[in-house]
Design a protein around this ligand. Structure first.
Ligand code: PMT
Length: 395
């Protein structure tokens, strides 16, 4: 990496992962970045300002009303100085205060006063990370263009296990110094979520897809600089920052939305759990209970992925395969039968694949195969995007 001289303002908040930020400062210095560190009051209980001062070679600030520091470089000047803001680790409390526009300490004030891009590396107990309040605060910040790296799943300092560990300093460094992104200037279409196939005005057939995997992919592509169109079935997830979203309900509507916008796309990723069949008839009025057995006649839905793959001059196509068994065998068949460039296969059922926050993938393409181990869907999506970039580039 060669982004030497980048002016990085590192905020450290009060969590046990603060010790890892010392290594981040060291790595940034090694890359030639100029680093200034701001600690919150509670961060000073974990690592002293002196440690960061020694590592960064610059005075460290904690207090908004510090007269000596303000006369040397005022906080507004510091906000202007920064080319990149990074907060690592970021606690749930810091994320909440930032999401709601508080400026009650030096770090939140700097985040509001600076126009530099902001990267946040959260670290907290997994229940706090998964709490609806934190989820909403993160979504709100993402919708304003704030980027997140991690957290990773694994064993935590509190002895529990789950998503909440701060990403490793090397990964945060990579995100700080990365260039325009693996898919800069490229157009990517992603499908996500389930489809709903109506039986009558109040009932439908559907599946357990939450949209989490597809939304994580759309987010990862956008972060890598792609212009992303996300065609999604009904889910309750916020739209990732910078992504253009098209909402649909049925498989036929999804097909229409995809075919309408697929021309000019460089890449198509079919992550949606599209219903293979739809009820042959949609009753105009609610179906009444008239007998013990109700027979439904179903009609096969068109295969959107296979249609996109068959387009002349179509995009590089990546399909998913959701299997309860025979993962690789069925994935290989899908690769061939659907004529796609790559298949990402996942095991589903009994708490796997659908709905949950973690997943694992077996990815196959004509010339190779790679296992992406069990991890949170955001990190897994990033890994899949990197793999697609390396395979598609050679195609
Ligand atoms: O949404 P989550 O809760 O996060 O769960 C993620 C997931 C399990 C839904 C996701 O990882 C996944 O596996 N998505 C594909 C689900 C699926 O429908 O798999 P399939 O094996 O039935 O279909 C194979 C491929 O063909 C898929 O790319 C699918 O989008 C596509 N397809 C299927 C049927 C159809 N009529 N048209 C299609 O395009």
């Amino acid at each position: 990496m060669s982004d030497s001289g980048k002016r990085v303002l590192l905020g450290v908040t009060g969590g046990i992962a603060a010790y890892k930020s010392c290594e981040l400062v060291r790595l940034l210095g090694r890359e030639g970045a100029r680093v200034r560190v701001v600690l919150t009051e509670s961060a000073t209980r974990f690592v002293t300002p002196l440690t960061f001062q020694a590592l960064s070679g610059n005075p460290v600030r904690v207090d908004l009303f510090d007269e000596a520091h303000e006369s040397a470089m005022g906080h507004i000047e510091l906000a202007r100085w920064a080319e990149q803001l990074v907060v690592a680790p970021a606690t749930a409390d810091f994320i909440a205060r930032l999401a709601h526009g508080h400026a009650d300490d030096l770090l939140t004030t700097l985040c509001l006063a600076s126009e530099a891009p902001l990267l946040i590396a959260p670290a907290m107990n997994h229940r706090m990370w998964l709490h609806p309040a934190t989820r909403e605060n993160v979504a709100l910040l993402e919708s304003r263009g704030v980027e997140f790296v991690g957290p990773e799943a694994g064993e935590q300092a509190c002895g529990e296990s789950g998503p909440g560990r701060m990403s490793e300093p090397e990964e945060i460094l990579g995100r700080i110094l990365s260039g325009p992104g693996l898919f800069a200037g490229r157009r990517v279409m992603v499908t996500a979520g389930p489809t709903r196939e109506p039986l009558d005005p109040v009932r439908y057939l559907s599946n357990r897809s939450s949209g989490k995997m597809g939304f994580a992919l759309a987010h990862a592509f956008a972060r890598e600089g792609a212009e992303v169109t996300l065609v999604t079935g009904p889910v309750s997830l916020p739209t990732p920052a910078g992504v253009q979203r098209v909402d649909v309900e049925t498989a036929l509507e999804m097909r229409e939305a995809v075919l309408d916008a697929v021309s000019g796309q460089d890449l198509f990723v079919g992550c949606a759990a599209v219903a293979d069949y739809r009820p042959e008839r949609r009753e105009d009025t609610k179906i009444k209970k008239s007998s013990d057995i109700l027979e439904l006649r179903m009609r096969r839905n068109p295969d959107i992925l296979a249609e996109v793959a068959a387009l002349p001059d179509g995009p590089f196509t990546v399909g998913f395969a959701a299997e309860t068994g025979g993962l690789l065998q069925y994935a290989r068949r899908k690769l061939e039968v659907k004529g796609v460039d790559m298949i990402a296969a996942n095991r589903v059922g009994e708490g796997a694949g659908f709905e949950v926050d973690q997943n694992a993938l077996e990815v196959i393409w004509k010339g190779g195969r790679q296992s992406l181990p069990f991890q949170d869907k955001a990190t897994l999506a990033q890994r899949l995007v990197e793999l697609i970039a390396s395979v598609e580039g050679k195609d």
